[in-house]
Design a protein around this ligand. Structure first.
Ligand code: NAP
Length: 278
């Protein structure tokens, strides 16, 4: 009797998880590419995380994305952790290997860089200083990827200065920490400006950093993608800067996982964005 191939299952594990756009994205790619597979949102409390992760491979899962608040804790559950996930201190993608081992990676930085390369033609991390607002979990992935891509200097500013100092200690001398109140001044130095804070997101306070010092040739990007057009991006575009919204990062960080789980590399088109937004 011939064995019927199992349908690969993947998903996103978080708490809460209902807000995640990843199920729409992966469902779109599976459908558009005619692939067998399902991608399921799973709301898992911290106390249950280890048990759930260890059980999923037995239920036909080939891997999962990991989102807040489990990105750090999941490193302890993995048998293999990529160098970049170790450096960042968090993982967003797990691959359940056939040999039973769990492989953890962090693709947020890859998604961040790909988004800029594709949507700000000619952008190069090595083109000048980067001003980075925020020093949370996402900032660590963005810093790692910018340094890897050749950024000469990252000027880091965060409300809680100690968090920025920790990033400097972990990532080295190309990082300069400035006080949060100085953000509007240091922005004048930036060839690239990145908002990694949650400010400007729906339901959060607005990002109030003064923007009148922005260079007209700066590339400005925001990790926040609800709304797509944040105040930062709106003001920067009005000043003549090239702006890149955060949706592309979400899309591109998903590609390595999708390819490993379902066997084919997905394309990013306007239909991909529409599938998430609808
Ligand atoms: P996080 O670890 O909670 O960090 C939040 C950051 O925002 C910290 O730097 C925090 O500063 C700052 N912040 C929060 N409220 C503030 C306020 N009232 N004033 C000044 N600063 C404030 O969150 P995260 O995981 O890094 O995520 C940050 C944002 O990036 C979220 O909006 C998330 O949705 C977005 N994101 C997008 C993508 C994408 O694919 N586009 C990927 C990852 C994350 P303190 O350190 O002082 O608290």
């Amino acid at each position: 009797m011939t064995e019927v191939a199992k349908i690969p299952l993947a998903g996103v594990v978080g708490h809460p998880v209902a807000h995640s756009r990843s199920p729409r994205l992966h469902a779109h790619w599976l459908r558009a590419m005619g692939l067998r597979g399902h991608y399921i949102p799973m709301d898992v409390a911290s106390a249950d995380l280890a048990e759930v992760i260890r059980t999923l491979p037995k239920a036909g899962f080939v891997g999962v994305n990991i989102t807040i608040p489990h990105k750090e804790k999941v490193l302890d559950l993995a048998d293999l952790v990529t160098d970049r996930a170790t450096l960042i201190g968090a993982a967003n993608t797990l691959i359940f290997r056939k040999d039973g081992r769990i492989h953890a990676d962090n693709t947020d930085g890859y998604g961040f860089i790909e988004n800029l390369r594709r949507n700000a033609p000619g952008w190069d991390a090595s083109g000048g200083p980067v001003v980075l607002l925020g020093a949370g979990g996402a900032a660590r992935a963005v810093v790692a990827s910018l340094l890897d891509a050749g950024a000469p200097e990252i000027i880091l500013t965060n409300r809680t200065r100690a968090r920025a100092e920790t990033i400097r200690q972990d990532f080295g001398t190309r990082i300069r920490v400035e006080d949060w109140v100085q953000a509007g001044n240091v922005i004048e130095e930036a060839a690239t400006v990145v908002n990694t804070t949650s400010l400007g997101m729906e339901g959060q306070p607005e990002l109030r950093v003064p923007l009148d010092g922005l260079r007209r040739d700066a590339v400005v990007t925001d990790l926040v993608y609800t709304p797509l057009q944040t105040r930062l991006l709106k003001v920067a575009a009005e000043m003549g800067c090239v702006t890149v919204d955060g949706l592309g990062m979400l899309i591109h960080q998903a590609i390595p996982g999708f390819e490993r789980w379902f066997g084919e590399r997905p394309e990013v088109t306007e239909a991909t964005r529409e599938a998430i937004l609808k």
